[in-house]
Design a protein around this ligand. Sequence first.
Ligand code: PGA
Length: 248
Amino acid sequence: MARRRIIAGNWKMNKTPSEAVALCAELKDLVKNDAVDVVYCVPAIDIVPVVEAVKGTNVLVGAENFYIEDKGAFTGEISAPMLKDAGVTYIIIGHSERRDIFGENDILINAKVKKAFAAGLKPILCCGESLALRKAGTYAEWIRRQITWDLDGVSADQVKDLVIAYEPIWAIGTGETATADQAQEVCKMIRDLIAELYDQTTAEAVRIQYGGSMNAGNAAELLAKPDIDGGLIGGASLKADFGQIVNA
Ligand code: PGA
């Protein structure tokens, strides 16, 4: 089954609202491609202006974080229904920066995946190993454990709508990309795990991205691999290069 490619920018904590609108204008003609899902995952405060700025284009808007309750006394937090109402389609969950800097564990990440689906958002679920685990050779086990936990209680139909991003931590923001073969090995392993946890149809439907220093120069080789259905792009999503990745 042919899976539709999905190229998502993860803007992280970059771009003020006015800078965000300017970036949308800069990228507008560069990211035109009806054969690809193009997503800008942006800081919460940029969501409303970015939704407005991409109206009438093929670009979908994603968020980078939310809290698992729908509403109430959670000062400073934003809920999934709020994101949905603002025009958000995708939501990044389980990014290594949230796991490592903000202490999010797989129990919370699993709750977020379920809440996102309940609110009508599509999760981009991130997984990936540290350099130590890569060197120790235990990365496959680690990623299996992450995904098995994170998808506990998630249905096959939901997984068909899920995006999984394999992001080796040693490749994020470092300029060191996994080789296309290293990325393909893990993306295939993830697809095989989905077949094991669910079934073959679900495994063939789930979209798996690679993330970690993907750029205009290496995107085509990575995206040519059979189990890599797209990319989650940090640094290179903030400049014109993003258009080259969309069209790689
Ligand atoms: P990078 O970030 O492309 O800057 O390595 C990717 C990510 O963290 O999603």
